[in-house]
Unconditional design. Structure first.
Length: 202
C-alpha cells in the first residue's frame, strides 16, 4: 500500500512541469497518457480487441492504431464510445496500479489530465490540482503547441471547469506566476507527502 498523489489540471496548466519537479526529488511518476498509449500499442491486447471490433480500417499501414480513424468511429456515437471506454479504462487502471506497485520511491505521483472525469481519483490517497486561469491555459498552450485559440478552447470545453476541479482538490498549486514560484510550492508539498506516506506505514 503505497501513498499515491493524483496530479491533475486543465490543458496547459503545468502538470508536466510540476511532475518533473517532483521527479527531481526522486519521486516516481505514473503517467495516464503514457499508459493510455501503451495499452493500444502494437501487439497489445487492447489493439487486438479494437481491431476485432472496428476492423482493420482503424490501423495504419505500419500496423499501429490510426487514432484519427478511431476517433471518427466513436465521434457522435455514444454506444461505440462506451464500448471503447469499457475496454480501455480497466486496462489503464490495471496498468496504473501495476506501475504504482513496482515503484520504490517514498510515494508516487499519478499524472492524469482527466483524473476526476475518468474517476481515477479512486486510485489515489490525495489529489493535487495545478491551477491557472483559462486565459493563461490558452496562451501557454498556443505558445507550446502552435495551435489555434479555437483548438485550445475546444479541448478546454471538453474538460471539467476550473471551479469544479479546484473544489475537489485536496491541495492546489497556483501556477500563474513565474516558474521559480513553483519550486517552493512543490517542496512544501513534497515534505507534506513524505509525512503522509510515513503516516500510512504506521
Ligand atoms: P497538457 O495538459 O496540455 O499536457 P500540462 O498541464 O502538462 O499540459 P505543461 O506542458 O507542463 O502543462 O505546461 C504548459 C506550457 O506552459 C509549457 O510550455 C510550459 O513550459 C509552460 N509553463 C508551465 N509553467 C509555467 C510558468 N509558471 N510560467 C510560464 N510558463 C509555464
Amino acid at each position: 500500500n503505497k501513498f499515491v498523489v493524483g496530479l491533475t489540471g486543465g490543458i496547459g496548466s503545468g502538470k508536466t512541469t510540476v511532475a518533473n519537479l517532483f521527479a527531481e526529488y526522486g519521486i516516481d511518476l505514473v503517467d495516464a497518457d503514457v499508459i493510455a498509449r501503451e495499452v493500444v500499442s502494437i501487439g497489445s491486447d487492447g489493439l487486438k480487441a479494437i481491431t476485432e471490433h472496428f476492423g482493420k480500417a482503424i490501423l495504419l499501414v505500419d500496423g499501429s492504431l490510426d487514432r484519427a480513424a478511431l476517433r471518427a468511429q466513436v465521434f457522435n456515437n455514444p454506444q461505440q464510445r462506451l464500448w471503447l471506454n469499457n475496454l480501455l479504462h480497466p486496462m489503464i487502471r490495471h496498468q496504473m496500479l501495476t506501475q504504482v506497485q513496482a515503484s520504490t520511491s517514498a510515494y508516487v505521483i499519478m499524472v492524469a489530465p482527466l483524473l476526476f472525469e475518468n474517476h481515477l481519483d479512486s486510485l489515489v490517497n490525495t489529489t493535487l490540482v495545478v491551477d491557472i486561469a483559462p486565459e493563461l491555459q490558452i496562451s501557454r498552450t498556443i505558445q507550446r503547441d502552435g495551435v489555434s485559440k479555437q483548438q485550445v478552447e475546444h479541448i478546454l470545453a471538453s474538460q471539467m471547469i476550473r471551479e469544479r476541479r479546484v473544489a475537489q482538490a485536496d491541495n492546489i498549486i497556483d501556477n500563474q506566476g513565474e516558474n521559480e514560484l513553483l519550486r517552493s510550492q512543490v517542496l512544501r508539498l513534497h515534505q507534506q507527502y513524505l509525512q503522509q506516506a510515513a503516516d500510512l506505514e504506521t
